[in-house]
Design a protein around this ligand. Structure first.
Ligand code: ASP
Ligand code: MG
Length: 453
């Protein structure tokens, strides 16, 4: 099948019957879409996560399960309550309830994954039925037969060779006569136990399915009309980008743009699958194509912002004209599995940035790491910094694109801010600054003004 397209619909796209109907329109208008991977309806996975927590009382548990039941029945009613779907839904709700009541749930990652899988199981059940009612020959396919993973519950690693093999034997034969509706996010290990690929993993699932089926297009349908030049919350001038290369999109994901699950592009890049990102609410408005080779390669494509950065500066006067200082510092960081983003050096010191997400309870820089470093150098830690990344092409020669080379507009936009660190040169696709978090949104806004308007 030459133009085989895998379409993924996110949680807001399948939130209710009306939203699902808009997705059905998209499928009915494009004969190439043969596989559809859905997320759980928006909000459902969050409710399921709450159910797995140890402080949920029996009353709250009942309320949460009722909330899920109400969401599902709202769709079922709009589908006119077909008996077989009602029975299947009741079976899923019964299984879900018994898992939610299992006293071992809060301490078992395996049981948690089993519970979290119900959101996707229910949405695919409903969506396949909705398509059938629209006259599409649709089957609801349990992706756990194909999406084989390791045992790392909650963050399972896909087993590519097995997935390919299972897709060939079980999924491919379904494609000739039907649209296959299936689940994102979930998989199973060698024992057949349910696993998940991590929160937001449905994009990644769809990309893996597209890779296994050798599809030519992967569509990611969400609630935004593609990838924007920057986060629209930072400036009203942000606008969708029609086309972006894999390299640029990967830089954007690394530096904080949250459109796709970060692993999504990896399978697409491996097999050169064109990826489209668009809004199922407004499919006619177009979206962004993420491709291997773009028609245009402008110097400035997007600006990303990543908050919660730590700047670590290590300094050792003994290292003047000595060797091995960098190796020693990085050795310690590697030993503690600390990933470094930006690096600058001077003769006797190194400054590097680390990501320190606020939603975790511990800092990336533990006392053990700090004392290991302090045993041979001075250490300074600065917080409340943000990383601003300008993403584009050939940024090393960006002055050519300015009308007055002596007045490079990019640097001009940074006139009035403290720039704590600058990195350019390792990749032609990015130029990064570290600035105080307070001024970062303003930096993005003024950069956007000069580079995109
Ligand atoms: N339903 C899962 C989540 O909310 C996976 C996804 O939507 O991508 O994380
Ligand atoms: Mg998502």
């Amino acid at each position: 099948m030459n133009n085989l397209t895998v379409a993924k619909f996110g949680g807001t796209s399948v939130a209710d019957h009306a939203a699902m109907s808009r997705c059905a329109d998209i499928i009915c208008e494009n004969q190439d879409i043969r596989v559809v991977a859905v997320s759980a309806q928006s909000g459902v996975t969050n409710i399921l996560v709450r159910l797995t927590q140890s402080d949920v009382t029996a009353d709250e548990r009942q309320t949460l399960i009722d909330q899920i039941r109400d969401k599902e029945y709202a769709i079922l009613n709009d589908l006119n309550q077909p008996e077989s779907i009602k029975v299947a839904l009741e079976n899923l709700l019964a299984e879900l309830t018994s898992l939610a009541e299992n006293p071992e749930l809060p301490t078992s990652l395996k049981l948690k994954d089993a519970l979290l899988s119900f959101g996707e199981q229910m949405s695919s059940l409903m969506f396949a039925e909705l398509l059938r009612q629209r006259g599409v020959h649709a089957v609801n396919f349990d992706i756990r037969q194909v999406m084989k993973t390791d045992d790392n519950f909650a963050q399972a690693e896909p087993q590519l060779a097995l997935i390919k093999q299972q897709a060939e034997t079980l999924l491919k034969p379904e494609l000739s006569g039907s649209v296959v509706v299936t689940q994102g996010f979930i998989g199973s290990n060698a024992q057949g136990e349910t696993t998940t690929l991590g929160r937001g993993g449905s994009d990644y699932s769809a990309a893996l399915i597209a890779e296994a089926l050798e599809a030519s297009v992967l569509q990611i349908w969400t609630d935004v009309t593609g990838i924007f030049t920057t986060d629209p919350r930072l400036t009203k001038a942000a606008r969708p980008i029609p086309e972006v290369t894999f390299d640029e999109a990967a830089e954007m994901a690394t530096f904080g743009a949250k459109i796709l699950h970060p692993a999504t592009l990896i399978p697409a890049m491996r097999r050169d699958i064109r990826v489209f990102v668009g809004s199922s609410r407004a499919p006619k408005e177009g979206g962004t194509w993420v491709v291997n080779k773009a028609e245009t390669k402008p110097p400035y494509r997007a600006i990303a912002l990543r908050k919660d950065q730590i700047l670590l500066t290590v300094k050792s006067p003994q290292m003047l004209h000595a060797t091995g200082f960098l190796a020693k510092v990085f050795g310690i960081l590697a030993e503690h599995k600390i990933s470094v983003d930006l690096v600058t050096t001077s003769e006797i010191s190194i400054a590097l940035t680390l990501d320190n997400p606020t939603n975790t309870t511990t800092s990336v820089l533990s006392d053990t790491v700090l004392s290991a470093l302090k045993s041979f150098c001075d250490v300074k830690v600065e917080e409340n910094l943000s990383l601003v990344a300008v993403i584009g092409n050939h940024l090393e020669s960006s002055h050519k694109y300015d009308k007055k080379p002596t007045e490079n507009k990019l640097w001009k936009a940074l006139d009035s801010v403290d720039v704590r660190m600058i990195c350019q040169g390792a990749s032609p696709h990015n130029l990064c600054f570290l600035t105080p978090t307070d001024s970062a949104p303003a930096v993005v806004e003024s950069l956007h003004d000069v580079l995109f308007d």
